[in-house]
Design a protein around this ligand. Structure first.
Ligand SMILES: [Zn+2]
Length: 91
């Protein structure tokens, strides 16, 4: 686990939660979560710390040796706090 944590680039806003070498299916599954505590609204550019919910994205990266690499990324969804802007935010 410590080795993989060092392989994550700094300043990514990601934390390594766990990983699993799934030899039966020829893949490595890495669980990550976003550490970003706020997001900027893409419409009005106001920052928001108010979390609406969380959801998971499944990503694939380049293979590592003979194993495919699957990234499970948990990210937060934020509300925009600007009263004149009613869109939700995600990061
Ligand atoms: Zn907004």
């Amino acid at each position: 686990m410590e080795l993989l944590q060092h392989l994550l680039p700094n300043q990514t806003g990601l934390a390594l939660n766990s990983w699993n070498l799934d030899t039966a299916n020829g893949r490595i599954v890495v669980e990550l979560s976003s550490t970003q505590a706020w997001a900027e609204c893409p419409l009005c550019h106001c920052p928001s710390h108010r979390v609406h919910s969380h959801y998971e994205r499944t990503l694939k990266d380049l293979p590592l040796a003979q194993f495919s690499l699957v990234l499970l990324l948990a990210v937060g969804k934020f509300f925009c706090l600007n009263d004149s802007c009613i869109i939700g935010l995600t990061h």
